[in-house]
Design a protein around this ligand. Sequence first.
Ligand code: NAD
Ligand code: TYD
Length: 351
Amino acid sequence: MKKTILITGGAGFIGSHVVRLFVKKYPEYRILNLDALTYAGNLENLTDLENLPNYGFIKGDIVDAEFVNGVFEEHRPDAVIHLAAESHVDRSILDPLSFINTNIIGTVNLLSSCLSVWNENMEGKLFYHISTDEVYGSLGREGYFTETTAYDPRSPYSASKASSDHLVRAYHHTYKLPVVLSNCSNNYGPNQFPEKLIPLAINNIKNNNPVPIYGKGENVRDWLYVGDHAEAIDCVFHRGRNGETYNIGGNNEWMNLDLIKLLCKIMDVKLNRLPGTSAALIGFVKDRAGHDLRYAIDATKIKKDLGWEPGVTFHVGLEKTVDWYLSNHQWLDHVLSGDYANYYDQQYKQR
Ligand code: NAD
Ligand code: TYD
């Protein structure tokens, strides 16, 4: 094998798409997926890869420094693509500490292990940190986040991701660790845990349950198909410049209410329902605390420097996503069992 790449969080939503892309596209790389299998991690996302010779799975928690060091000592990765994180804003409002632990302490543990095994020779090594546009805070109706926008995180989730971004840059400047970072807008697509807006709405519409819209539904997000994000990560990993940050976005802004109305139209067709049936399920609920109004990425740098741009239009991406959720009942049933009902009650019953 030419290289060993440790991908953290590879059993989660985006991570599983990145793992699949790398395992299939680069048979000469050994891909090791390190994941704690929290509620969001699911090996069913990767069953098609299980027996491939260049793929391996390691179960464990990045918060456990001794464990992380052991993994690095044993497998001596040449590069890390770090996606493992607590990723849901609403959960960060209910339980900030688990975000501090995984997103900050976990990231420092990985950075420190990289230093200790790469200390002798940093040549050809890389720590690639996957982050979010939420670190930049909230926009008004105009303007975009660029790579030089000042950080202004406003939720425990975005504050913990911002902190991890700063630490990655600190290790680069202080210890000369080779790093790249990317900050991406909202992803959607197959395998996303149904606590996030799009899969939650698909699941509720499918089951004729109310679709909860926070506040007036006026908040704006920039949506990117997960397969496009995985391609962008491939691009930054191979061609990104040491120490640089790249913003990744879909150039695809939607107000939440408009997005859900479009999704309802698609669901009516897919479920053979009369037009308007799904939209009748829309219900406005109490707003999220500190709800950021708008995120929008200026992705000029990655397009200009690395030639990446999104390939999947929103209509096509949404249709593919709906089709996937409607034909993967078993996957949905499995992730909805366990803790999901408790979370759903706690999050939505009071609203
Ligand atoms: P996810 O919640 O679907 O998956 C996270 C994965 O990390 C899971 O497999 C989970 O088991 C694993 N994990 C969590 N804590 C861990 C720990 N302590 N040790 C080891 N593994 C642990 O998240 P996602 O949506 O796929 O996001 C992946 C990354 O991309 C995150 O870093 C997130 O901040 C970033 N990101 C996400 C989005 C988005 O829209 N989902 C947008 C931009 C950036
Ligand atoms: P989400 O998918 O949680 O992503 P993020 O908060 O990281 O952007 O939410 C996307 C948008 O949808 C956000 O403005 C919050 C809103 N939202 C709802 O209106 N209802 C819901 O049930 C959820 C989960 C989110």
